[in-house]
Design a protein around this ligand. Sequence first.
Ligand code: HEM
Ligand SMILES: [Cu+2]
Length: 539
Amino acid sequence: MKISKSLKNLIFWEITFPMILLIFGIYHGFMQVLYRAGIIKSFDFLGITYYQGLTLHGVINAIVLTTFFGVAFGNAIVSYFLKREINLKIAWFSFWLMFVGTLITAYSILIQKTDVLYTFYPPLVAPPTFYLGVVLIVIGSWIAFFNWIPTYLNYKKENKETPLAVYGIFSAFIIWFLCTIPVAIEILFMLLPKSLGIVKEINNLLARTLFWMFGHALVYFWLLPIYVGLYVIMPKTINSKLFSETFARLTFALFIIFSIPVGVHHQFADPGIGTIWKLIQGFLTFIVAIPSFITAFTISATLEYAGRKNGSNGLFSWLFKLPYFDKEKWLFAYFISGLIVFIFGGITGIVNASYNVNLVVHNTSYVPGHFHLTLGGLVFLGIIGISLHLITKITGKEIQLKFLNLLVPYLWLIGSLIFGFGMMAGGILGIPRRTNMGLTYSNPDSPLFNPHWQVWNYISFLGGTIMFLAMVIYFIVFFSTIFSKKIKEEILEIESSEPYENGHNKILNEFKLWLFLAIILIILAYTFVYYDVFRATGG
Ligand code: HEM
Ligand SMILES: [Cu+2]
């Protein structure tokens, strides 16, 4: 589909701007493993302190990159599948808000030396600029979403079915909109007034509870756009059919319901919230296994269909008939590597989600070990793979250095599994997260030095180095592609194939019911949590 220059530029910058920042985000990831292994033994490195670097790593990778990508992919999906151009003035306005917000946040972290980490828990307080920047990023992304709604309603007047990709991206943004409301309340009514000196004290437990209402659902905002990639783009890449569109839609719908009323599983160790509510939200967390298993089965069947089409007859031999190393179908390598890592991410998450077992790994390196296999696995490989894919389409360029490009996801797969193993095994032994270990536990000159932990720190360092290498290669491929000569027409194309099955269910083409159920469940799961919070803290 031909698109206007303005829309093309919009998508281009929404992908490329965060990609430039990601260079710093990845650099600081690598710094983290160097500190942790005791290779850097100082308070800071090249003028950036340990916690400043960790803040940059979390903010760039987990907030800026993911939000820009969601918006960019959403703009592309809505324009392509609804066959209507979105209101570009509003879309650009949303871009500029996010852009300015990012610059203000960067100013706060780099110049004002803000180091509250990407979770900005009180009692840590940042300068007002940090919150202002984050708020602008969020409002910018809301505006992008609101901008799709008239286009969608206009489309719905003439069409009954909501295209699957649109259904998925809307689900992601419905979750995002709902879950950013509590964090907006936290920032606007608590952190910002505190930072400005308007109020002296704030209720830390309340702030944390509002944060985690957002913080867990956030991970589905990251994940759902990638599920769109898996359900819509991947089948076509491997010449297959999505096994069941009904189940794909059901997955999105279930995520709308169950994403938010589970945030307390991040607060198992927080005093003040009643055990029973923690346990209930712990159980609700496990319900998320349902859409995850549906996805696992749908995607496996989709892969099997492709393998059988390629001539496999055996029970599992189809697994060997997939284009893992096909340089032209490189996007599949990103998806399959992400999926493999995700299996480990999903399984290890059971430990975090289990109320009692969680206490063993609480605040240890197990936690980042786990989420580099989810966020840093499927989500991240999906983001960088789809970004590169879209860039080649809208700029009419051919992917450069194809062999190196194919290497990226596999190196990342190996690196992140080693990294995750080191971090998680170390975490079980008690290695803490968010600690400058170069000054303490990994430093033979420190009284805190713990030689038994060193081996795990080195394993994490090895994995982290391989991940770093994968990303150096990725950046080379990405920027050589952008700077290469245009050889094709510039088009917006998101290839998709007919599904194997589609039940055309009315309720799986709409959002009302799911939104209604989500709100009811949020009220049920959270009313008493807030009651407890207020009771425990005296209001
Ligand atoms: C070269 C690749 C990477 C390396 C070596 C790396 C390494 C690390 C390490 C060691 C930590 C733990 C710090 C600590 O708690 O002590 C960490 C934290 C984190 N990483 Fe990465 N990482 C990489 C890529 C990524 C990517 C791609 C993402 C997301 C898209 C990501 C997101 C995060 C987040 C959100 C945190 C938590 C920060 C915090 O605790 O405030 N990382 N990373
Ligand atoms: Cu969670």
